[in-house]
Write a protein that binds this ligand. Structure first.
Ligand code: MV4
Length: 505
């Protein structure tokens, strides 16, 4: 029986997990850093304890401290969220060694999937298609050249312990092979303390489509269909949607079956994700497995109608899956936008600061998973993602209309966010038509910049200025003898607004 769970994370995902706990009658224990004393996840939890300094290494990555709090608060289980320690097999083993339930797959599974060469071999044995490449690590630059020639250029050299784009290089031709081999090895060594690399044929302009899977402790595995995650910038997802507009029912069924086979091959327990690359001919290849709950899990929850965190907890509590594959149906369409405190006009640099005013959108089909509030200071120490805006509607077209609406309702002042950038993304015709792949952000970089003259910031500013004029009652200070049309401040703004068809005061 799970009665109390420690959430070894912060921000929106810690709150997301605690909400599931609350609904299940489970007590929640928050851990927090010195920078997070006033964070919402701390206020939400039933119990909370500070575990150290602002730097993640002193707090959210401090295994000893977290285990110590878990023991003193007598928790039954630990949920790691995403990021931080969520894919750390050593942490999972430490948790289990203390007799505490780890809400996640077996540590062995985490290791087998964390090692990309091992994962590829597992997938080949399970009959899951992988990108053509090498099955073993490269021993030398000479071997790299030989294997590149066999596979055929362009080729990617990837770190076996990598993921998310680190330790990865594209090799266009023989000329670049040795240089890129060495560069990937160097980056792998410094990032993962392991310089093992392998090769994959480069798939051009692929879709990144992932399948959510759920497994229990009795060998049952189901998939919960797909998420289209091709809108990425430097390996950071920006917008995700489900179902993928690129898949047809037949391909979806085949990829779903492959995802289940992949999870079964490693005895997967709990919630996980199989990432695929899908090329323009609709060939699909296993890319990586994520052995955690993902940022974008809500779009699956909205379309399939199940609470993934509750399922994780039930599986960890040794209960068999209560959902059968034939009961899994995609209903309607969901889109998620990641809301980040970042300056999209200055190389997307993180922009921490105090949220002065916050007006979040509401209404039909709207879900906000966020970790902030008005007056909250976003610390500079962690990821700049402050929340997620998720919409659901009966069709993709309606979901896009709804996302447009909620992105315009969303108001944050005091710091810079990517909300305007997100508005521009969903207005790109190729996005509206569902015709985009992983090259989307680069291809439309120019169009995604602010466009003067169109519905832009200065027009928003003029509306705000009009309201300020109006509220400050400037008209009362105007000489009545000059009261011709457009002579007053208000009338000037009013006529401007009427020309634009936007201003109603
Ligand atoms: C690839 C690829 C093309 N061919 N592998 C990027 C992150 C890491 N998870 C793997 N990545 C890629 N691997 C082969 N053999 C293209 C990418 C890639 C990518 C993948 C998914 C989403 C966005 C991407 C952006 C650039 C490159």
């Amino acid at each position: 029986m799970i009665r109390k769970i420690l959430i070894a994370n912060r921000g929106e995902i810690a709150i997301r997990v605690m909400r599931a706990c609350y609904e299940m009658g489970i007590r929640s224990v928050a851990v927090f850093s010195e920078a997070d004393r006033t964070s919402r996840h701390v206020l939400y939890a039933n119990e909370a304890e500070c575990i150290g300094g602002a730097a993640s290494s002193e707090s959210y990555l401090n295994i000893d401290k977290i285990i110590d709090v878990a023991k003193r608060h007598k928790v039954d289980a630990i949920h790691p969220g995403y990021g931080f320690l969520s894919e750390n097999a050593d942490f999972a083993r430490r948790v289990q060694a203390e007799g505490i339930i780890w809400i996640g797959p077996d540590p062995k599974t985490m290791e087998d999937m964390g090692d990309k060469i091992k994962a590829r071999i597992n997938m080949i044995n399970a009959g899951v298609p992988v990108v053509p490449g090498t099955q073993e690590q490269l021993q030398s630059a000479e071997e790299c050249l030989r294997e590149c020639a066999r596979i055929g250029y362009p080729v990617m050299v990837k770190a076996s312990m990598g993921g998310g784009g680190k330790g990865m290089r594209l090799i266009h031709s023989e000329k670049e092979a040795v240089e890129m081999y060495n560069a990937a090895k160097m980056e792998a060594k410094s990032s993962f303390a392991d310089d093992t690399v392998y090769l994959e044929k480069f798939v051009e302009g692929p879709h990144h489509i992932e399948f959510q899977i759920l497994g229990d402790n009795f060998g049952n595995v189901i998939h919960l269909c797909d998420r289209e995650c091709s809108v990425q910038r430097r390996h950071q997802k920006v917008v995700e949607e489900s179902p993928s507009p690129f898949l047809d029912p037949e391909l979806r069924a085949r990829m779903g079956a492959a995802a289940v086979a992949a999870a079964k091959a490693v005895g997967y327990k709990g919630a996980g994700t199989i990432e695929f690359l899908v090329d323009c001919h609709k060939n699909f290849y296993f890319l990586e497995m994520n052995t955690r709950l993902q940022v974008e899990h809500p779009i699956t929850e909205e379309v399939i109608g199940i609470d993934l965190v509750k399922q994780q907890i039930l599986v960890a509590d040794n209960q068999p899956l209560s959902i059968r594959q034939e009961d899994v149906k995609q209903r309607g369409h969901a889109i998620e936008c990641r809301i980040c405190a970042e300056d999209t006009e200055n190389n997307f640099r993180p922009a921490p600061g105090v949220i002065q005013q916050l007006t979040e959108p509401h209404g039909i089909g709207v879900r906000i998973d966020s970790g902030v509030y008005q007056g909250y200071e976003i610390p500079m120490y962690y990821d700049p993602m402050i929340g997620k805006l998720i919409v659901w509607a009966t069709t993709r077209e309606y979901a896009i209309e709804r996302m447009r609406r909620v992105l315009y309702e969303y108001k944050v002042t005091g710091l810079v966010t990517n909300i305007r950038y997100l508005r521009r993304i969903i207005d790109v015709p190729a996005f509206k038509e569902g015709k985009y792949d992983t090259s989307f952000i680069e291809r439309y970089a120019e169009r995604l910049r602010p466009r003067p003259g169109f519905k832009n910031d200065s027009e928003d500013m003029s509306i705000i200025a009009a309201y300020i004029d109006y509220l400050m009652n400037f008209e009362e200070n105007v000489d009545p003898s000059l009261n011709e049309q457009n002579s007053t401040v208000l009338n000037r703004w009013r006529s401007f607004g009427l020309q634009k068809g936007v201003l109603r005061i």
